[in-house]
Design a protein around this ligand. Structure first.
Ligand SMILES: Nc1nc2c(c(=O)[nH]1)N[C@H]1C(S)=C(S)[C@@H](COP(=O)(O)OP(=O)(O)OC[C@H]3O[C@@H](n4cnc5c(=O)[nH]c(N)nc54)[C@H](O)[C@@H]3O)O[C@H]1N2
Ligand SMILES: Nc1nc2c(c(=O)[nH]1)N[C@H]1C(S)=C(S)[C@@H](COP(=O)(O)OP(=O)(O)OC[C@H]3O[C@@H](n4cnc5c(=O)[nH]c(N)nc54)[C@H](O)[C@@H]3O)O[C@H]1N2
Ligand SMILES: [Mo]
Length: 688
């Protein structure tokens, strides 16, 4: 049942990209070849359209640069010179090396390194967790995306999720808070637009005049990292003007009296400079928000990439509690649905944590460069197994990551569809299947639908799915535990074997027949209309004893905003329309659409540096430099510059991306990365 059936001409599947939309798609297959891939018109979010990336997914599947066979490095690390080998040769060598490493340094010397390159559940995390857990390899803290936002919000309301994104259609005041919906979460936009047609006002809070900000009714161009200060000033106004829902707060929240004290120091006038908005604007925003119900806050990931990221999310999450916005459909806060979906699935059955070695160290993925280069790390990382991510481009402090990957004594294995920049440093590159070549269950972090992705074609070349890769590794290592060899279908059946009332009625057969199922059967689902916050106190914690116990400020605060030294420009590096993080950078069409690497700079900052439109400039700081085309742009305010993150390399063709410039700045809590706390300067290239 799980094999692609060559006679099938129409196969339903789902996008596995690291994106909130998790589109449902339909693949037309003729004689074993996928001819067409379209958005499913019946899916309430996909609504028959895909996106600028996935519209060309089949070009990616059949791309001439797909890795089709196992490859072994023959040139120096970084050059990407390989020869073809068989799976048997590759696996035997890898298993032999790993056994030797384990014998000499212990399994912790092996670091499995993965992210959400596919977020289909079993290809993202299943047999890999079982195998590496059993061996006792170093655990990876995967905190680069979402953890900070989730844990920040959870410290106020107990969990990181909130209102059903589909309910935004009922909202009358929608604040897109540090999220560029039209680029990163496109399929939410029709729902927002429908709400607008019904009378909603759309406000965007973002330092950059993004595509989304341009489409909004009101754009508040705050200074980066100042969102908690803004939210506290809003609370100041709400409390001062008696716009508080006292009934809701007294029943369902703790710490109101302490919060009242705290917001005294955050009057709109007091924070205006920090936030970069005038006091009257802040007053207006606060009053509109508090008096227009249902009022909805929609943050996603963006603002977590600051040193005070968790505190910003925690503080913003206090607003809907203060005004009782949770009482009504379309009100409250709507962020990632990831935690909600995972809380209903049988992930313990999937990962079998009881078989994991105990007391194994953990390393944070943000610190890859430093960990690889740290001579004192015991045991040192002697082997990396990279899949579902491309750390040579996506992790901060790229120069240090590359120095680490360059180490001659590091044995690196990469499983991917393409020779990524990381794969160029690999000792072995193994071919991975694309989403239309393997089976998966795909939970979404942007809506309440669970999809089954059916394979539409046989694997291209000798590609194997992640699950099969880990079965082969287990076999090569001589492991005999049967649970290391569960089939993909078995794994999906296991994770669906949940007693949660929402999941219990969802069977594999039903998913197979229907393609996707709404996993939350309740249409009028109001998670906190009558409190029920799953915190320690059982109430929303405006004051958090838990934070205090961890040595953190128990009350919302503006946090420890990072300031650059005088005259430096703060660099925001954002997602782009035609790339999925670094993905699609092998496709000429996508590179062409995005152009060469550029920097957007305000006219005032350009003038003081004698920069002109189109000039080749150097963007630099103490960590490194990249070349980019200068674009003078009103999208950025003075003091801030913007560069596209992802697929584009240094404008002179030299290797290097924006993460040359970003530091491994840790966030306040949640273990994330302050990518956007980067300070740079810009000069004309020929003035060097
Ligand atoms: N087309 C496309 N879609 C994608 C991706 C992609 O690469 N390409 N990536 C996917 C992934 S992995 C993720 S995590 C999501 C991310 O989705 P989003 O969270 O929407 O995206 P980001 O680009 O991380 O940040 C959103 C906005 O935050 C703003 N911002 C930065 N600092 C601050 C601040 O201090 N305050 C405020 N208010 N705003 C700030 C940025 O200017 C940016 O416009 O998108 C997903 N979707
Ligand atoms: N400067 C800056 N840096 C950032 C960000 C930013 O905004 N600015 N955003 C951060 C965020 S939010 C994120 S999520 C990270 C993303 O960082 P990464 O997770 O490294 O993202 P990608 O570049 O998408 O790499 C995913 C890789 O997985 C591969 N892949 C896809 N499907 C499969 C599969 O089934 N099997 C295997 N084995 N491989 C597969 C793809 O081909 C691709 O090479 O980047 C972070 N880095
Ligand atoms: Mo992300």
């Amino acid at each position: 049942m799980t094999n692609a059936s060559p006679e099938l001409s129409i196969v339903r599947g789902a996008c596995g990209h690291d994106c909130p939309d998790t589109c449902s798609w339909i693949v037309t297959v003729s004689k074993g070849r996928a001819e067409k891939l379209q958005g499913n018109p019946d899916h309430p979010f996909t609504r028959g359209t895909l996106c600028a990336k996935v519209n060309h997914y089949l070009e990616r599947v059949y791309h001439e640069q797909r890795v089709l066979h196992p490859l072994k490095r023959v040139g120096p690390k970084g050059q990407g010179r390989f020869e073809r080998v068989t799976w048997e040769e590759a696996l035997e060598d890898i298993a032999g090396r790993w056994k030797a490493i384990i014998a000499k340094s212990g399994a912790e010397a092996i670091l499995p390194y993965s992210s959400a390159g596919t977020q289909g559940l079993i290809q993202m995390a299943s047999l890999d967790r079982r195998l590496f857990g059993l061996l006792g390899c170093t655990n990876l803290e995967r905190n680069i995306c979402g953890e900070v936002a989730g844990t920040g919000i959870a410290s106020t309301q107990g969990v990181g999720y909130g209102a059903d994104p589909e309910d935004i259609v009922h909202s009358r005041y929608i604040v897109l808070w540090g999220t560029n919906t039209i680029v990163t979460n496109l399929h939410l936009w029709p729902i927002i637009s429908e709400a607008r047609e019904r009378g909603a006002k759309i406000v965007v809070v973002d330092p950059i005049r993004t595509r989304t900000a341009e489409q909004a009714d009101w754009h508040l161009a705050v200074r980066p990292g100042s969102d908690a200060a803004l939210a506290l000033a809003m609370m100041h106004v709400i409390i001062r003007d008696n716009l508080v829902d006292h009934d809701y707060v007294s029943r369902y929240a703790t710490g109101y009296a302490e919060l009242v004290q705290r917001v005294q120091e955050y009057s709109p006038a007091a924070v205006a400079d920090v936030v970069g908005l005038d006091a009257l604007t802040i007053e207006q925003f606060a009053r509109e928000y508090a008096t227009t119900q249902p009022a909805l806050l929609r943050p996603l990931i963006g603002i977590e990439h600051h040193r005070n990221g968790a505190m910003m999310f925690r503080t913003i999450a206090c607003l809907p509690i203060l005004i009782g916005a949770w009482r009504v459909r379309g009100g409250g806060l709507s962020r990632s649905t990831h935690g909600l979906q995972f809380s209903t699935l049988n992930t313990d059955g999937l990962w079998l944590p009881q078989h994991n070695q105990k007391n194994v160290r953990s390393l944070n993925m943000r610190d890859l460069g430093n960990d690889l280069c740290n001579p004192l790390l015991t045991p040192p990382v002697r082997s990396l197994c990279v899949y579902n991510c491309n750390p040579a481009v996506t992790i901060p402090n790229q120069p240090q990551v590359l120095r680490g990957l360059q180490r001659e004594d590091l044995f690196t294995v990469v499983h991917d569809l393409f020779i990524t920049d990381t794969a160029k440093y690999a000792d072995y590159v193994l071919p991975a299947t694309s989403q239309i070549e393997h089976l998966d269950l795909v939970p979404a972090w942007g809506h309440h639908y669970l999809a089954l992705n059916r394979p539409a074609i046989e694997p291209v070349g000798e590609a194997v799915a992640n699950t099969e890769f880990f079965r082969r590794l287990a076999r090569a290592l001589g492991r005999t535990e049967l649970w290391l060899y569960d089939s993909d279908e078995q794994l999906i059946r296991t994770v669906l074997d949940s007693s949660h009332p929402w999941i219990a009625p969802i069977t594999y057969e039903r998913l197979w027949a229907e393609g996707f199922v709404r996993f939350n059967p309740e249409r009028n689902w109001l998670p906190f209309a009558e409190g029920g916050f799953p915190t320690k106190s059982g109430k929303a914690e405006l004051y958090s004893q838990t934070l205090l116990d961890h040595g953190l400020d128990p009350l919302p605060s503006s946090g420890d905003m990072r300031q650059g030294s005088a005259g430096k420009l703060q660099l925001i590096t954002g997602k782009t329309l035609h790339f999925l993080n670094s993905g699609y950078s092998h496709m000429a069409r996508h590179c062409h659409r995005e152009g060469r690497l550029f920097i957007e700079i305000n006219a005032r900052d350009a003038e003081s540096r004698n920069l002109v439109e189109g000039a080749l400039v150097q963007v630099y700081n103490e960590q490194g430099q990249v070349s980019a085309e200068c674009r003078i742009s009103p999208r950025v305010r003075p003091g801030i510059v913007w560069m596209p993150f992802g697929g584009l390399q240094d404008a002179t063709g030299k290797f290097g991306s924006v993460n040359v410039l970003t530091p491994e700045e840790p966030t306040d809590w949640g273990g994330g990365s302050g990518f956007y706390d980067t300070f740079v300067d810009v000069r004309l290239s020929n003035t060097l």
